[in-house]
Design a protein around this ligand. Sequence first.
Ligand SMILES: [Zn+2]
Length: 203
Amino acid sequence: MAHEHDHDHEHDHDHGHDEAAVDEEARAEAEADARRRLALAQIRQYGDPALRLKAHEVAEFDDDLHRLVDRMVALMHDAQGIGLAATQVGVLRRLFVFQPDPNEDARVIVNPVISERDDETASDEEGCLSLQGVRVPVDRAVHVVLEGKDAHGEDLRLELDDYAARIVQHELDHLDGVLIIDRTNDEHRKEALGILRPRAVIG
Ligand SMILES: [Zn+2]
């Protein structure tokens, strides 16, 4: 899942900030941009068949799985996303990483299931690292209980509300080959498909 950038670090050009600090900030931003583009190039994009496949249960909680988790967390951070499912990196295994709060560590859940789901839903705009340039409103349950395993095979049970609940429903959809354009209304779907339609290449 992609997130809105918080451009709330206001630059005060009138006082303070010497030129070196501004240059430093501009370079850091350019580097973050370059890292984001590199990460997005490694994340499957709309039209890739892997995004439409159903992932399989994970049976082995081994080093191979841990390496995959590390890679997914790094990609999610570099891409400046708040969630990433294994299918988005072309791996058909049931796990995803997510980070609703930037001040807390990224979390991973393996073989996730939603065991409880509120009837109450809310609509909000969602983006997706695999559908760049698209934001569509999606209805989600505002409270869910997510159960599964951690990367070592230990039981995990998370009670999640609002934003965090939205993220895990989005990521769980990915493991079943479901995308936000399947969950939005006709009008927004049509608009999104217009953005995603591959441009004809001439010459
Ligand atoms: Zn997504």
